[in-house]
Design a binder for this molecule. Sequence first.
Ligand code: 13P
Length: 257
Amino acid sequence: MRRKLFAANWKMNLTPVEGRALIAALRAILDPRAAQLARDRDVIVAPAFPVLAAAAQALAGASIALGAQNMHFEEKGAFTGEVSAAMLRAFGVTYVIVGHSERRQLFLESDELVGKRAAAVAAARFVPILCVGETADERDRGRTLEVVMRQLQAGLAGISTEQARRVVIAYEPVWAIGTGRTATPEQAATVHGALREALRDRFGATTADALPILYGGSVTPENVDSLLAKPDIDGALVGGASLKADSFARIATSGLA
Ligand code: 13P
């Protein structure tokens, strides 16, 4: 059976002090259930770069893993504002989000750039969480699958079948992010099913069927269970609701007794 994954994307929120407090509150709820969680799922938090050190300290001894929100594809050099694999490794990062729609929309990251980042993340032996998703306009024009397939193919262009065994895909419709307008489980399931099919074509069924495809976009404690009930939805990438310990803990324990 595929493992589930629940990822907290803190985006540009929380100072080191606030991040530490949130992790302490999260651990108070999740640590006692660590063995139960470990059976079928992984949980990660992805703070902003300046908060990684505090988060890493606060996570010492926890089974919650540390993620980063982006990474550059070069090892080092004149790339102001960017961070390298070695820098992230120093904090114990194991997952890296790439191609988030906010990077694509607000910072004009192209499919090609996202592909280079994803390839570098995989080459550095981190798990890339490759985000794909259409805008409201693209959905209205009936272009949803065309857009997410293009993003998927470009994002995975530099990833081998061997590396694909440690890849996560996140479907995040842009119109659902931070809007309170969640995709219905049926809307999400249609896209997740198409993504799974494309992954089978690219990497073969064994690899594709083992790889988690997350849904993101206004996930809450109230709607997570119905999304996770769909067979190809393997977890959630959570923004707003990940900034409160009780709501993210509720999401991360979805489906557990
Ligand atoms: P919200 O959960 O705030 O809609 O954000 C989703 C997201 O972009 C996670 O990466």
